[in-house]
Design a protein around this ligand. Structure first.
Ligand code: GCO
Length: 451
């Protein structure tokens, strides 16, 4: 059997799947784990759909060995997961909890025993509640506590873990956590949102240095950003400007400091106001430390001018005649647009990896026990074709991770959204490989898209 050259990925292309601690682990108070802001937030009424929490999630904490075996069956060469800060340092500062560290030690060993390379994310939204009580991300001190935690992790696991991710989607924490309030800690305060964003980026740079200082094997350290092409709803000048403003706050606000060492000059006035006292001399030098950039892509946004929306004066629209998933428009060319834009606008020395891509599909077990999630297969195939197009256009994309390995806790949306390559029965917690999982396994084995 031959594969047409255009369907083959570059040699050494990194294939993986991604998860995060609070979304899968459960065991919310086991073995000395402290509470995080997501434990608090999900337990307060009205924050999550159906009052869902991550108390049990998919019980990965107790079933990790089974989950690693499933990954091995899929032929996965890498696995991206996050560690829960409050397992390791229950109150966010002070001594480490040996039992929490032991869990990640066991997980890493289990992965390596199955020839699966860990990609370890240090922060995926679950800030220690004790640090929130002391001011959370809007408090500069939190950035230094994060670096201490990074040091502890690198000291313990840096002999076996090479690939590190400091933060997942810092602007989601900043804006959904501190402006819209849809995510923990549920704050609605623009100044807090911008200051949280700056301290998250600062803590990335501080953690970068901490990991380098403590890891025994030379690490590669990245950050993952949710990036979204922003398109205007019409040809009007007002819509074009609205799109540019949204782009500034959702994409350039993190890309520019990380890859250029400066905030977008167009935001100077706003940031002087919002970051008054928070932006210290030297911060931008610290932030600009990066070995690789993880691009999380799900969809584009189409916006129109709306003077009633604070700051951006722009609101979302849903173009008719397009395809939608349960959460967003399905728009594969957006991934090509994003990858080529990053390359064209920034030419980063940092490597580029697609660190999350996936789709919620309301799938379920058929009569014969199979999960026929054809829409997910189509989504993944169409997006991987766009990755290939970007590679052919000269963008050095090094890898691709599917969100997610398993169906899991989708934050404010609870368990309603299924993103997994593996189906989870939330009553029994039984795992069933979906058709998309089988399909992805073939892609990995061939390092190519099937015809
Ligand atoms: C995020 C996270 C994931 C989500 C996924 C689907 O993007 O918020 O990285 O935790 O589950 O993106 O929304």
């Amino acid at each position: 059997m031959t594969t047409p050259a255009g369907r083959v990925f570059p040699a050494g292309f990194v294939w993986g799947v991604a998860t995060s601690a609070y979304q899968i682990e459960g065991a919310a108070a086991a073995d000395g784990k402290g509470p995080s802001i997501w434990d608090t937030f999900s337990h307060q009424p009205g924050h999550t759909r159906g009052g869902a929490t991550g108390d049990i999630a998919v019980d990965h904490y107790h079933r990790y060995a089974e989950d690693v075996r499933l990954m091995a069956e899929l032929g996965l060469p890498t696995y991206r997961f996050s560690t829960a800060w409050t397992r390791v340092v229950p109150t966010g500062s002070g001594p480490a909890n040996p039992l929490g560290l032991d869990f990640y030690d066991r997980l890493v060993d289990e992965l390596l025993a199955h020839h699966i390379e860990p990609y370890l994310t240090l922060f995926h939204y679950d800030l220690p509640q004790a640090l929130q009580d002391a001011g959370g991300w809007p408090n500069r001190d939190t950035a230094y506590r994060f670096a201490d935690y990074a040091h502890i992790m690198a000291e313990r696991l840096g002999d076996r873990v090479t690939h590190w991710i400091t933060h997942n989607e810092p602007l989601v924490t900043a804006f959904m956590g501190h402006l819209s309030g849809e995510h923990a800690p549920g704050i609605k305060d623009p100044t807090a949102a911008f200051q949280a964003g700056h301290h998250l980026l600062l803590s990335h740079g501080l953690a970068y240095a901490a990991i380098r200082g403590a890891a025994k094997r030379p690490p590669t350290i990245g950050i993952t950003l949710n990036l979204t092409p922003i398109h205007p709803a019409s040809d009007s000048e007002a819509d074009a400007q609205a799109a540019a403003r949204v782009d500034m706050l959702s994409n350039r606000l993190s890309l520019d400091p990380l890859l250029r060492g400066a905030y977008p000059p167009e935001l100077q006035g706003l940031l002087e106001l919002m970051l008054a006292g928070a932006l210290h001399e030297g911060d931008l030098e610290i932030i600009r430390r990066l070995d690789w950039l993880g691009v999380n892509y799900y969809s584009r946004a189409v916006v129109r001018y709306d003077p009633d929306v604070a700051f951006v004066e722009a609101g979302p629209t849903r173009p008719v005649g397009h395809e939608y998933s349960q959460m967003w428009e399905i728009y594969p060319p957006g991934l090509y647009e994003l990858l080529t834009r990053i390359w064209r606008d920034y030419a980063p020395s940092a490597e580029i990896v697609v660190a999350e891509n996936g789709v919620p599909v309301p799938d379920g077990l058929d009569f014969d026990g199979r999960v026929r999630d054809e829409r997910r297969i189509r989504y993944l195939r169409d997006h991987l074709a766009e990755v290939q197009r970007a590679v052919q256009a000269g963008v050095p994309v090094r890898g691709y991770f599917v969100w997610s390995l398993l169906d899991n806790f989708e934050w404010a949306l609870g368990y309603g959204m299924r993103f997994g390559l593996i189906y989870v029965d939330y009553e029994t917690l039984a795992r069933t490989l979906k058709d998309s999982g089988r399909w992805y396994s073939r892609v990995i084995a061939a390092n190519a898209l099937p015809d």
